[in-house]
Design a protein around this ligand. Sequence first.
Ligand code: CUA
Length: 173
Amino acid sequence: MADPLKSICEDPLERKWVWISLALAVVMAGMLGYYAVASNIHPPSNVETIDSSRLHLTEEFAEDNLGVKTNDDGSLTVTLVAARYGFYPPRIEVPADTRVTFRIASADVLHGVHVPFTNMTTMIVPGYISEVTTLFPQTGEFSLLCNEYCGLGHDSMWSRLVVVAKSAGGEAS
Ligand code: CUA
């Protein structure tokens, strides 16, 4: 079969590299699609607004009400505030294999949250409440990292997520 690029490019070496770049683009798009499906990653779709400058005046995001709460059906709700430069409370503990819904609001600028080796990741846009529901199959200590550049302290914006065995309970600490 004749090379379809021949009409626009004479140099065989250049055509070869055009094909390699196109193949790489296809491979990378395929990997993104594969991991999105295989790891059940989906874009955040919770549209719930909040006044970021008045988080402390809301009931849900007041300092005393942050952290892990157990719902009637046994699932957990974790309420967090993301602010330069940390997630509050700085340490949360949840049991493994339990549905956890994170509700996170930013007190200032755009942040992100990512827990490496899990599918927990979302953007935290000021003015909106980010909500993600997931469960953590593995016990251990994980980092909650900020993955959107938010200022000079971005590199040190992280907190600790401890996943304990299910029987151990897993209360806020
Ligand atoms: Cu918060 Cu980067």
